[in-house]
Design a protein around this ligand. Structure first.
Ligand code: ADP
Length: 160
């Protein structure tokens, strides 16, 4: 039984996240999406709502679970869950330096858990949750980039 944790802010969940999730599902038996509360980033949606949206989006994947990560180190959470890996998406070189630093620190803290980087389809290389929030807030159509349940909540959130 190989379990992996896919952590992130997911504010909101996008088709790029789904791309990574599908690739990870081909490798691991179970994936736990760990939604970070991440108050530093001042998210648009509260963590519970982000998790709820993701649950709606991943209902069709039986091996995917969703949880919220309130406090403490991610690596400790991964250890508690008996995960063998942490999944991160790599879009561009810009992601690399920060991700590398964290992956090495996590390996230092817990050598048995491996960080696995997956690359999405090229069409998602420039897709970020922040660009979705920005375009949606300005009234732009983001339906090509987010799942239906996210689109619905974005519309509800932005309704005047
Ligand atoms: P975080 O605050 O942890 O960066 P994000 O929700 O922005 O949270 O991203 C979570 C993970 O998903 C990260 O590993 C990020 O690189 C990856 N990711 C985000 N957007 C994409 C995308 N368009 N394609 C592939 N991976 C992505």
């Amino acid at each position: 039984m190989k379990r992996a944790i896919y952590p992130g802010t997911f504010d909101p969940f996008t088709n790029g996240h789904i791309d990574i999730l599908e690739r990870a599902s081909n490798i691991f038996d179970e994936i736990i999406i760990a939604v970070a509360v991440n108050s530093q980033k001042k998210p648009m949606f509260p963590a519970e709502e982000r998790a709820e949206m993701i649950r709606e989006c991943v209902a069709k994947y039986p091996s995917v679970k969703v949880d919220t990560l309130h406090t403490g180190l991610l690596i400790e959470y991964a250890r508690e869950k008996k995960a063998v890996a942490i999944i991160r998406g790599l879009r561009q070189v810009a992601d690399f330096e920060y991700e590398f630093q964290i992956a090495l620190m996590n390996r230092h803290l817990c050598p048995e858990i491996t960080t696995v980087f997956l690359m999405p389809n090229e069409k998602y290389t420039y897709l970020t949750s922040s660009i979705i929030r920005e375009v949606a807030s300005l009234g732009g159509d983001v339906s090509d980039f987010v799942p239906e349940s996210v689109l619905k909540r974005l519309k509800a959130y932005l309704k005047p």
